[in-house]
Design a protein around this ligand. Structure first.
Ligand SMILES: Cc1cc2nc3c(=O)[nH]c(=O)nc-3n(C[C@H](O)[C@H](O)[C@H](O)COP(=O)(O)OP(=O)(O)OC[C@H]3O[C@@H](n4cnc5c(N)ncnc54)[C@H](O)[C@@H]3O)c2cc1C
Length: 185
């Protein structure tokens, strides 16, 4: 059995998010950061995930604003990074993201918004099977096998680099290991 359940992202309930997905709203700084070279971007989140996404953008965008939407600000210092803890009212723009409106009536201009709020685990059922997880990621050995013999896992659900290339490698590795086992190699 191979588990390849991915890594579901939390989607915040803020007006404008669905409308502007792919039009300035992104869920992956490694994937889409280069669209914002020398521009102003915002990162929505307050935890480690938001800090990691900001680090990806720091040498690409001119300036970055971390928006915590009322949450406590993360520990983060960099010349081109600001942190704003105000609660967000809506994401606004004509055909793409142009500004963030806050509940106190103030606004900031931004060219893009990266959503980086904590991940909602898709590994709950794995835990129920007795599979060892670490911070919502399925723990595997170098053959992509979990602690339960015959159950493998691959892709985003095992953590690390959340990219197609890594998911494909791990899927291939798990598949080959299973074939080897079936052939008694
Ligand atoms: C908006 C966005 C843009 C991205 N852009 C890029 C990019 O440009 N380049 C790149 O390399 N990567 C990109 N990524 C990351 C890439 O999509 C993932 O790394 C890759 O899809 C991981 O593959 P996966 O098979 O592990 O998981 P997924 O592709 O997420 O597939 C997991 C599947 O398992 C299903 N599933 C979950 N739980 C269960 C369950 N209990 N029972 C049955 N099915 C279940 C899900 O519905 C889903 O179909 C992007 C991700 C996002 C969100």
């Amino acid at each position: 059995m191979i588990l390849a359940t991915g890594n579901k992202k939390n989607k915040p309930k803020i007006k404008g998010i669905e409308k502007f997905e792919g039009k300035g709203i992104s869920y992956c700084a490694i994937c889409d950061g280069f669209f914002y070279r020398n521009r102003s971007v915002s990162v929505l989140g307050s935890g480690n995930y938001a800090v990691a996404e900001t680090n990806e953008l720091i040498n690409i965008a001119d300036n970055i604003t971390i928006l915590t939407n009322g949450e406590k600000a993360p520990e983060f210092r960099a010349d081109n990074v600001k942190i704003d803890t105000k609660e967000i009212e809506e994401i606004d723009g004509e055909s793409k993201v142009e500004k963030i409106k806050f509940k106190d009536g103030s606004t900031i201009k931004t060219d893009g918004l990266f959503i980086a709020q904590g991940v909602a685990g898709s590994t709950e059922f794995a835990k129920k099977l007795g599979i060892v997880t670490n911070k919502d990621k399925i723990v595997v050995n170098e053959n992509m096998e979990t602690n339960i013999k015959g159950i493998y896992a691959c892709g985003d659900c095992t953590g690390g680099l959340l990219q197609v290339s890594k998911a494909v490698y791990e899927g291939a590795k798990a598949g080959l290991e299973i074939i080897k086992r079936q052939r008694g190699i």
